[in-house]
Design a protein around this ligand. Structure first.
Ligand code: ATP
Length: 803
């Protein structure tokens, strides 16, 4: 019987591989899931006899489904389309549509029709339907099996989980949503989102995978090409190819200490500094298991991360490692996170060969398990469980979700054990990792009493943390404890420093730092409001600045990460700063290549956050700078505590003063004074911009609420609500009139055109102490400050440390 079909219309704008002919020439994999044409044709003929038209998805006249504005969980529903009077059948794993109602079919005038009225499909058309289906979130069974099991081309490999859904955006636009300003996912402070980059084009798609890069994979790797790997561990050719493709010639400390026991199946508790390669320390053992497990299609490894970005990044990292076998299988290693369509993820998980390794955030993973018990069964058979950034995963909020996940999977696993002995295992291998295990680090820096949490004074920090972990995670036995860098809490390649200033001058000092030390800088703020304000401020000062915080939509977060990275490359040659301003959503795990400086606009609330934030620089073999902007009040309390917690054991033993631990960053007053005026105007403009946006949002919200309630709103109602009125008044106070706005903008423009000079000296091109002309010709001087040396913040701090 014909029913009502509902389809999620979410075409990727990426060009499918159809043109290349690769899809057409795809061969069936060994499990023969590709549709068999003869039977297919027979069914079409039978249906025709019954007066039914067999049509492609593209030829149906889908109608948009109205979604009520009040539905807040729009992630999976915007862009829904439906149709009546169409029957759908799966024939040999291929979806077919049948309808007797001609009005359901789009008929372009030029289209050829066969004598019986059936649309003749060319081969190309059929292929288009197949590709379209993948993009509709509905994936052809044979196609996926083919892609994932034999590694042949499955079309556009860039269509990963990061793919954006155009129609979703279009519908949102129609409904008056600005992407950058929509969706408060886990809003810390209840504030609205803001323009990500002061006018980011909402139609811009992600052009590349944010964390991805093209690799050239060697066909074979002679073991003696990677002796550092092959001499100490027995790795498959697949892994060696992945390592060689990325140029990783030797394991990092945490990798050489972790991989051998992990390959033996031991549970691991691993600690190593930020940026030291922990992802591959657990990724390689999982890949080795997967390569050895040729017969099954089960999920070999289940990896949990606390943030979505980190899950996507880990996925990319493992995809690169496994490039030799999964080069063209974008779904073999997948991330399951919130912020992206749950329906798509559910469909994906139904196919054999997909999700051999899963990287998930606990919230979305639990949601998926609770919607489909079959998934509980499937994931309970996994071999290996990893908790990346375990200390964060087990903190409030996440832990309840994680505990439920463990309960579901554990129960299913035990049941299997009783019923079918071949499924019985001794439990999965568990590996947990972080750069911060010490309980001390988690104490809030702002608390007045400084208490050491934990047991005896001399008890090892890792042992203490393990006790804590053992109560939460069920290891099979006591795990192997690995501490790759017991003497350092902060990565030894990070040079720390401190800028003291008044709380109201943070913006100015941040601008100073960026002006004198251009490069790629990641600035962390404690509040989303501050992220938005600083972003607007820097944009007015013509600094390339982007923002990322938890009240932005997931895709805008990823988009801004991508834009930041693109700008880092283009600005580098010109000696200009590129800035990413972030809330702590970006503090953990993110591996953004080439960050030169991390600036703590506010001191973080705990020492572990400080370590993770700072660790966004000095990744892998690189060095980096971490600068704290600190008010006198912060210096008295939180900073003191922070330095005490971070002090190395030897410094503590020698009674070294915490103040000497971190050098003060040198500031040149003459340069600062030249930045003051422009900074002040930018500040007024930024406040005006944010207040105006916020007021217009409030107004829309009030109007909508009144409409929903069917009441008429007049300005007196607003006046009566004291909080509303106060808020409005506060914001209005920050606005400047149109005329003043124009004049300020003009003034700022003029100021920005004036060059900044070292020591406010009148410098002459060929005279004076510095020969500017010579500097310019030899590209020696500072790119924006006349008469100033080109100096890296890192070199400056190294010199200072030596002194
Ligand atoms: N053996 C290796 N040789 C060279 N570079 C490596 C090696 N292993 C990993 N890397 C690189 O080092 C960087 C940091 O790796 P990774 O993200 O795994 O660090 P991490 O220890 O997990 O950091 P965090 O604690 O901040 O999450 C990455 O860019 C990665 O590609």
């Amino acid at each position: 019987m014909a029913g009502k079909l509902t389809q999620r219309f979410a075409k990727s704008s990426r060009k499918p591989a159809r043109d290349s002919g690769k899809v057409k020439t795809r061969k069936a994999p060994s499990n023969k899931r590709i549709a068999k044409p003869p039977r297919d044709t027979q069914i079409k003929r039978d249906e025709k006899k019954q007066g039914l038209n067999v049509v492609g998805a593209n030829e149906l006249k889908w109608k948009s489904v109205e979604i009520p504005d009040t539905m807040d969980d729009f992630g999976g529903f915007y862009g829904l389309e439906e149709i009546d009077g169409v029957d759908v059948k799966v024939v040999d794993g291929k979806v077919q549509f049948f309808t007797s109602d001609e009005s359901n079919i789009k008929r372009p005038e030029s289209e050829d029709q066969g004598s019986n009225g059936e649309v003749e499909h060319s081969d190309d058309q059929e292929m288009e339907d197949l590709v379209e289906f993948k993009d509709f979130d509905d994936i052809e069974e044979g196609e996926l099996s083919a892609a994932s099991s034999n590694g042949e081309d499955s079309g556009d490999t860039s269509d990963s989980n990061l793919t954006l859904e155009r129609s979703e955006k279009e519908v949102k636009k129609k409904q008056g949503h600005n992407d950058d300003e929509s969706e408060a996912e886990t809003s810390d402070d209840g504030m609205e989102g803001g323009s990500a980059d002061g006018g980011l084009d909402a139609d811009v798609e992600l052009e590349s995978n944010v964390f991805g890069a093209e690799l050239s994979i060697p066909d074979e790797v002679e073991p003696d090409l990677l002796p550092h790997w092959t001499e100490t561990m027995n790795l498959s050719m697949t892994t060696l190819q992945g390592l060689a493709a990325q140029g990783f010639t030797k394991p990092t400390d945490i990798q050489s200490m972790t991989i051998p026991p992990a390959l033996e199946g031991k549970d691991i508790m691993g600690k190593a500094s930020t940026g030291s390669g922990k992802t591959l320390a657990y990724g390689i053992p999982i890949l080795e298991r997967l390569v050895a497990d040729k017969t099954t299609v089960k999920t070999t490894g289940l990896i949990f991360t606390p943030t979505r970005e980190l899950a996507h990044q880990v996925t990319q990292h493992l995809q690169k490692l496994a490039c030799a076998i999964f080069k063209n299988s974008p779904y073999a290693i997948v991330s399951l996170t919130g912020g992206l369509s749950i329906q798509k993820q559910e469909r994906l998980l139904k196919y054999d060969g997909c999700a051999r390794i899963v990287v998930a955030t606990p919230g979305r993973f639990l949601e998926l398990l609770e919607r489909d018990p079959i998934l509980i069964d499937r994931f309970s058979q996994t071999d290996c469980l990893v908790l990346d950034e375990v200390d964060r995963l087990l903190q409030d909020g996440h832990f309840e979700e994680f505990e439920k996940i463990l309960k579901h999977l554990g129960k299913a696993r035990n049941m299997k054990k009783k019923v079918k002995s071949e499924f019985a295992g001794t439990g999965w291998q568990t590996m947990v990792f972080s750069a911060t295990f010490s309980v001390d680090l988690f104490n809030k820096l702002s608390t007045t009493s400084w208490k050491k949490v934990g047991g005896g004074k001399d008890e090892d920090e890792m042992e203490l943390s393990l006790k804590h972990l053992m109560t939460k995670i069920h290891f099979r036995s006591k795990p192997v404890i690995i501490d790759a860098d017991p003497n350092h809490k902060i990565h030894s390649k990070i040079k720390e420093s401190l800028i003291e200033c008044l709380p109201t001058e943070r913006d100015l000092f941040a601008y100073y730092f960026l002006s004198v030390y251009p490069g790629s800088t990641l600035i962390f703020c404690n509040a989303i409001d501050s992220v938005k304000k600083l972003n607007a401020y820097l944009n007015f000062l013509e600094v390339s600045s982007f923002q990322i915080h938890s009240s932005m939509t997931q895709k805008n977060r990823l988009k801004n990460l991508e834009k930041f990275q693109q700008n880092v490359i283009s600005n580098k040659g010109e000696g200009k700063a590129t800035v990413l301003i972030a809330s702590d959503v970006a503090a953990r795990g993110l591996d953004i290549p080439g960050i030169n400086h991390v600036v703590h606009y506010h001191l973080p609330r705990s020492a572990d956050v400080y370590i993770h934030r700072s660790g966004r620089t000095a990744r892998g073999e690189q060095e980096g700078v971490s600068v704290m902007i600190c008010s006198p009040q912060e210096a008295m309390g939180p900073l003191r505590k922070l330095r005490k917690v971070l002090a190395s054991k030897s410094a503590k033993r020698h009674g070294k003063k915490w103040q000497k631990d971190v050098p003060v960053f040198p500031i040149e007053p003459s340069i600062l004074s030249q930045l003051r005026e422009r900074g002040s105007i930018a500040n007024t403009l930024a406040e005006d911009q944010l207040a105006t946006r916020s007021l217009s949002k409030d107004e829309n919200w009030l109007k909508k609420a009144a409409d929903d309630l069917g009441i008429e709103l007049d300005s007196e109602d607003e006046q009566k609500d004291i909080i509303l009125a106060k808020n409005k008044f506060k914001k209005q106070n920050k606005q400047v009139g149109k005329v003043q706005l124009k004049s300020l903008q003009y003034e700022l423009k003029e100021l920005l055109q004036q060059p900044i000079r070292k020591d406010l000296r009148k410098s002459y091109l060929t005279g004076g102490l510095t020969n500017l002309a010579d500097d310019i010709v030899k590209n020696r001087g500072h790119s924006t400050i006349i008469g100033h040396d080109k100096l890296e913040a890192l070199d400056l701090l190294k010199k200072k440390n030596r002194k």
